[in-house]
Design a protein around this ligand. Sequence first.
Ligand code: URA
Length: 288
Amino acid sequence: MTASYPAKDDLLFALKWQMEMGIDCALSDTATGLYAAEAVRTPVRPATAAPQSLPPSRHSAISAAPPPMLAEPSFSPPIAEPVAVPPQTARPLSGLQTLSDLRAALEAFEGCALKKTASNLVFADGNPAADIMLIGEAPGRDEDRMGLPFVGAAGQLLDRMLKSVGMDRQDVYITNILPWRPPGNRTPTVEETRLLWPFLRRHIQLKAPKIIFALGGSSAKLLLDSQTGILKLRGQMTEIDFSDAGDGSLILPVLPSLHPAYLLRAPNMKKQAFSDLLQLCQHLKKAS
Ligand code: URA
């Protein structure tokens, strides 16, 4: 049987459509679906199982709220459906004693499909001894390439924002709620966030900053276990218990603010972000 190949225009159209849908990386060397030279039909994977063990609430000392539900992505994720929670996440991460141990555990973790599409693990940047921990959403294309958070356009704005209050990257420690880039920079799914939450919580425990500056809605909603929009959450400091046992042994202030990528699109909101930064500085001054 001779394989019939699609016309060039059809292929270009399909490619353009995929780019518009946010698919900007190849997942496999072999084509599947309509445009495979010989139709290779991959069985549709059944809907993935819900995580067996949900992350304990961030508010455990304060309330027994259910795990967070992030805003739904603006379209159904075309790829990178998370696999069922592997046994590794059920294992307590409390045995990891250093940031390097945590990084190594993430490098070895095979339970998240995002890892397969990402080029690099994006663990952290800045000063591990800094008082401030900045937590963004997820790596974008530049971060994925370089393996460092906030190095693209949003990162450059972040650097300028820090400079405006006399700080630079050595005054902060920077990470994200997800260490791998979601394809096409789509919003992290609830499942991905839940799956990786134990790692982020251990990250916060090991870092034990004096304050967390949550950049953007995804980060603020996850850390505060809230459904409220970032425009309402920003600038309101909340104390959150990040201990495993929920015994109040690691209560840290979380100050949500606007994401630099949003500020690039809405520069008129920069004054609110600046006011949050000033509040951050004042808090640290009082605390020291
Ligand atoms: N946006 C984020 O939330 N994190 C990054 O590292 C880069 C862009």
